[in-house]
Ligand binder design. Structure first.
Ligand SMILES: [Ca+2]
Ligand SMILES: [Ca+2]
Ligand SMILES: [Ca+2]
Length: 206
């Protein structure tokens, strides 16, 4: 009731505004809202509830100047399939693109090398495919959960690794798919939740 009164006072000026906010209601026996004017000592809010003015604003048509119209233009997109690697098979996971190997032989892996694609297939096989469509390597993992693989340089040595998770988190050397490490995830990496990985002490390192 007090909030309604205040709104009407501001918007429509229907009632006198009190000098002070309503006192705190103790919530005990008297829940009747009152507002006491600090000057007059009188108590407001004893009359009938106010009637607010109609606050609806009906819509109205806006005239359009057709001379100002800008016709929509459609671009063109004609994709061309450069190659297809059908050996990968089906995959529910999105492919990821990154650098896995030193294609130009300069001793380092940089953006000057040909980008590669990693797909974690539904048959629990990690496929590393070169940007020219040829298969670089494959690595199988035990059946379990499946999801998108990841490419990253886990030890910051300049050579990326590939990580995929099924029953366990597996990491492979990006260049040839040889085992890098495997570890048990704590928590679930699925359903949008993150997980931490405890790598096994017997991890395979190059
Ligand atoms: Ca290179
Ligand atoms: Ca490459
Ligand atoms: Ca590395």
């Amino acid at each position: 009731m007090l909030l309604l009164l205040a709104a009407c006072n501001i918007d429509g000026g229907l009632n006198k505004v009190d000098d002070e906010p309503a006192p705190f209601d103790s919530g005990t026996t008297d829940d009747t809202p009152t507002t006491t004017d600090s000057v007059t000592g009188t108590t407001d809010d004893t009359g009938p509830p106010p009637t607010c003015s109609d606050q609806s604003f009906p819509g109205a048509a806006i005239p359009v100047d057709e001379a100002c119209g800008i016709p929509a233009t459609k671009g063109s997109f004609t994709p061309v399939i450069e190659w297809a690697n059908t050996a990968v098979g089906d995959s529910y996971a999105a492919p990821v693109v990154g650098q896995l190997n030193d294609d130009d032989g300069d001793g380092v892996i940089t953006d000057a090398d040909l980008p590669d694609i990693v797909v974690f297939s539904n048959s629990y096989t990690v496929w590393a495919v070169s940007g020219d469509g040829s298969t670089l390597w494959t690595a199988s993992v035990p059946a379990g959960g499946a999801g998108t693989a990841a490419i990253g340089d886990l030890d910051n040595d300049g050579f990326p690794e590939v990580v995929a998770a099924s029953t366990t988190v597996y990491a492979f050397h990006g260049e040839d798919g040889s085992p890098y490490r495997e570890g048990r995830a704590t928590g679930s990496p699925s359903a949008g939740r993150s997980a931490s990985v405890t790598w096994t002490p017997t991890a395979t390192r190059r």
